[in-house]
Design a protein around this ligand. Sequence first.
Ligand code: R2B
Ligand code: URA
Length: 311
Amino acid sequence: SEPKLPTVNKNVSKDGRLDIQNPHLTDMDEDVLYHIALSNKTHDLKDMFGDVKFVCFGGSPNRMRAFAEYLVPELKIKIPAGQTLCNIAHGSDRYVLYKVGPVISVSHGMGIPSLSIIFHEIVKLVHHAGCRDVVFFRLGTSGGLGLEPGSVVITDEAVDGLLRPYMDLVILGKVVQHSSQLDPGLQQELLSLANLQKDNYQTLVGKTMCTLDFYEGQARLDGAFCDYTQKDKMAFLNQAYNHGIRNIEMESLCFAAYCHRAGIRGAVICVTLLDRLKGDQITTPHSVMEQWQTRPQKLVVAYIKQKLGIQ
Ligand code: R2B
Ligand code: URA
């Protein structure tokens, strides 16, 4: 039977500020954002982050630093001579966090549990800082289905390994389900921007399957364990393809479900590193993959510049 899902978000106040939904938070004198080594008592979060409008998440700490560095000239930010970008979360070695003008670039690690932790703390950061109308992005990598490697997929629906469009979360010994709908308007805006760019690669909108594992979870034959055949693998991947799934990764479901829950506009944009209908191993040279990984970044920078009115 179809689950009952909460679909309306009442969490954004009229002035665009995020109303936090956890009633317990208001009773706490201090809120320690442990994994980014910040707190609303020891740091003036309004002063540090009050002007943030965009939060960009991505798995790898180095990639999110490179993204922050790429933003500096793009957003025409002047860094005083002799200074460099600082990892604001340097007091913790779990995640990195940079701020460039109104943009946060933050790493989320691999998989839903790692993304979930940083997402909670970033939503609380945005709330404590009093930011308005914030948009979240996940800039990621994925395995494609029937696409030329290097293609970019904008997710319209994230599904789990059973192809269900919601996230199961175990809370107090019970399964709670959250819809993983994403903002269709934002997807269309991103797609139109991509179409304007005349890139030599494809950018498309499609469903994304989010799994709990990279190997068996994604029907690979090359893990340490595997109890199915090549035929079983292809039957499953073809079923996923026929369901509209165009890429597979490991965080979109939680990202989408939490954006929906928080009432935050969010988009998932992933480059595909290989075609999973053709293989499992990722053999593309590192330098080529690094180039590909800038493709989602380029699209989000185009979006941000358009919103900020930067030529
Ligand atoms: C994409 O790449 C990682 C696995 O290699 C994982 O974080 C994901 O979603
Ligand atoms: N990330 C994934 O999760 N799967 C892939 O195949 C490639 C990158």
